[in-house]
Design a protein around this ligand. Structure first.
Ligand SMILES: CC(=O)SCCNC(=O)CCNC(=O)[C@H](O)C(C)(C)COP(=O)(O)OP(=O)(O)OC[C@H]1O[C@@H](n2cnc3c(N)ncnc32)[C@H](O)[C@@H]1OP(=O)(O)O
Ligand SMILES: CC(C)C(=O)C(=O)O
Ligand SMILES: [Mg+2]
Length: 514
């Protein structure tokens, strides 16, 4: 038996059955081209009988794609098959995929057909599809809940009628890995000349076992896996392409199976899908999630810095993603903190590092997300504390939908008290404009972020600003229950740091502050 697993991607068909994942024809073509680049063997482009739009989209994909088969799904109904064939017939490698349910519950309640009738319909459908298209796939819908002995009869009928691929779907995600592997093995053993067809699996994720079932079935002899990008699909979705492929890659010694997937196109493909359907990739998603290569705990980070294989079983580059990320948070240790600070150009002594680490941890206890700017501000505050040239004395601010946002401020500027008022498009803008005029500077605001350190309406607001003037940047940070006051203090804090860099450029250079 070959060790090649054919990847049948159904993102554009079963994936589109995911609520909210509808794509227009242009988007489907873009994604189909990306799937071709990814190296899938078959693209199931849609269900042409569903609508004229779907039929046209499938036809356009069939015309656009050259390097893989393009399949159209159809019920075991002549009109559906005609529509599907019309759509895929111009593909370089067309495939008709027809299906019919074989479980007692589906046959009785959904189709209202007996077993004998289902055998007859399956025979007629595959024969008719084969008269149109050289490559026919037959799916026994709800196979995993079908009587295995009857399933042997159905599969035998479909192969005898000319089906080249036999799909055994776990339509409702009911199967368990070992049981499903045993079903595949049972069919391969009991269907006569089973080697005339490629056995395929199509697993849903209702119990979170889509990928596990697919892997178990491949180990048992299935050679086509039906999957979707990011695992999107009907209800809880399908087995995820990226998880299946990377499991086969990372555990090659265990499975001894190969795919034709260019794994470096995995992340770009999933990103494209996410952009098209407007659904962000959850950070905790295996392989492609934002956290999949992020390390937050000190022990993990220290291990990673010594040898990344201590906590990573694959590289981000292998799936086409930028490097691993060390995230500074409350679980971070000094190794990781030092590494991140060195990347920013800071060289701290051991004592300084301990001092900064303590403040970072206490801030992380209060704040949901720590930015590197926060950490940098702590370093500047704790290690390179500087005398202030500019100080806030008082601030009064007017805003609202019936007022021109105005700030009136008094500041100490180079030892001299000054006061002024100015306007802005909003309260914060008015404050920053007033400060600029008081200190007679005009920096560019590169970043402004505000977050609540504590909970409730009386939360401490913490503001971080990043300024740039004459190619020099600086970060300022301040907290206050009033976010307008916190903003003013953070802005003044950043201005003080800019001023310090001007008066002591050598010191700043040696620290290489970005
Ligand atoms: C497991 C899967 O993912 S299957 C694929 C699911 N995808 C889709 O359903 C694609 C979108 N579907 C559609 O646009 C529509 O359902 C259509 C155009 C296919 C059919 O629409 P309608 O004619 O209005 O039928 P409706 O959807 O209400 O009911 C389905 C009919 O198909 C029958 N049917 C279901 N599966 C099959 C099959 N594989 N072969 C033959 N008939 C089938 C049902 O028994 C039912 O027949 P009935 O009208 O005699 O009761
Ligand atoms: C049409 C078939 C293959 C299907 O999507 C399923 O059974 O889940
Ligand atoms: Mg399905």
């Amino acid at each position: 038996m070959s060790d090649r697993i054919y990847i049948f991607d159904t993102t554009l068909r079963d994936g589109e059955q995911s609520p909210g994942a509808t794509m227009n024809a242009g988007e489907k073509i873009r994604l189909a081209r990306q799937l071709e680049r990814l190296g899938v063997d078959v693209i199931e482009a849609g269900f042409p009988a569903a609508s004229t739009g779907d039929q046209e989209a499938v036809a356009e994909i069939a015309a656009a794609v050259k390097d893989c088969q393009v399949a159209g799904l159809c019920r075991a109904v002549k009109e559906d098959m005609d529509k599907a064939w019309e759509a895929v017939k111009h593909a370089a490698q067309p495939r008709l995929h027809t299906f019919l349910a074989t479980s007692d519950i589906h046959m009785k309640y959904k189709l209202d057909k007996t077993r004998d009738q289902v055998l007859e319909i399956a025979h007629e459908a595959v024969t008719y599809a084969g008269s149109l298209c050289p490559s026919v796939e037959f799916s026994a819908e709800d196979a995993s809940r079908s009587d295995p002995a009857f399933l042997v009869q159905v599969v035998q009928t479909a192969i005898d009628a000319g089906a080249k691929v036999i799909n055994i779907p776990d339509t409702v995600g009911y199967a368990q890995p070992q049981e499903y592997a045993e079903l595949i093995d049972y069919l391969l053993t009991n269907v006569k000349e089973s080697e005339r067809a490629i056995f395929s699996v199509h697993c849903h994720n209702d119990l979170g076992l889509g990928v596990a079932n697919t892997l178990a079935a491949c180990k048992a002899g299935a050679r086509q896996a039906e999957v979707t990008l990011s695992g999107i699909g009907e209800r809880a979705g399908n087995a995820a392409l990226e998880e299946l492929v990377m499991a086969l890659n990372v555990r090659k010694g265990f499975y001894n199976l190969e795919t034709g997937i260019n794994t470096e196109q995995i992340y770009p493909s999933c990103r494209l899908l996410s952009m098209i359907i407007g659904q962000p990739i959850p950070p905790y998603k295996p392989i492609i999630g934002g956290n999949a290569f992020a390390h937050e705990s000190g022990i993990h980070q220290a291990g990673m810095l010594k040898n990344r294989e201590t906590y990573e079983i694959m590289t981000p580059a292998s799936i086409g993603k930028a490097g691993s990320d060390i995230v500074i948070g409350k679980h971070s240790g000094r190794h990781a903190l030092n590494q991140k600070l060195e990347e920013l150009g800071y060289r701290l002594t051991r004592d300084q590092l301990t001092q900064v680490s303590e403040v970072v941890k206490s801030l992380a206890d209060k704040k949901k997300k720590l930015y590197m700017e926060d950490v940098e501000a702590i370093v500047l505050e704790e290690v390179y504390r500087i005398p202030d040239k500019f100080k806030l004395i008082y601030l009064s601010s007017i805003s609202g939908n019936m007022a021109i946002p105005t700030a009136a401020m008094k500041m100490e500027v180079l030892g001299e008290e000054k006061q002024l008022s100015d306007f802005g498009v909003g309260a914060i803008d008015a404050v920053f404009n007033t400060i600029d005029r008081l200190v007679q500077r005009n920096p560019t605001l590169l970043r402004y972020s505000v977050s609540a350190i504590t909970g409730g309406a009386d939360a401490q607001g913490e503001v971080t600003v990043k300024l740039e003037e004459n190619s020099v940047t600086s970060v300022g940070r301040a907290a206050d229950p009033d976010v307008i006051v916190a903003s003013a203090k953070a802005y003044i804090n950043a201005l003080n740091r800019l001023a310090k860099k001007e008066t002591d450029p050598k010191a700043e250079q040696s620290r290489n502050i970005p």
